[in-house]
Design a binder for this molecule. Structure first.
Ligand SMILES: [Zn+2]
Length: 109
């Protein structure tokens, strides 16, 4: 996916749901097919939304394992929005500005 969204509306069109976010992460992390994080086998089966199973060692792993999204409780769409917001601002972003733009209750949520 080489299209860069020019605004929030285009961003939301590109990523209308969590499935689209997971698919995008799969494309970035596995451009030539996924590889097992345990045994390096490329004999991988997709078993769910962003979930894969190694056919050799039977290890299940997620496309977000080992990324900054690994332990998040927030939707990927919110993270993608936050990342887009930060990189699209010419003069930087304050934590308070980001909190307000995304409708977050506090910095820690
Ligand atoms: Zn494996």
């Amino acid at each position: 996916m080489s299209i860069y969204p020019k605004n929030v509306a285009e961003l939301m069109d590109l990523f209308p749901n969590e499935e689209a976010c997971l698919e995008y992460l799969s494309i970035i992390r596995c451009p030539n097919g996924c590889q097992c994080v345990r045994c390096d086998s490329q004999n991988i089966l997709k078993i769910g939304r962003g979930l894969y199973r190694c056919q050799v060692c039977k290890y299940d792993f997620s496309v977000i394992a080992g990324t900054l999204f690994q332990d998040t409780h927030k939707p990927l769409r919110l993270w993608f929005h936050a990342i887009w917001y930060v990189v699209s601002q010419k003069n930087g972003v304050s934590a308070l500005g980001l909190q307000k733009a995304l409708g977050l209750g506090s910095y820690s949520n």
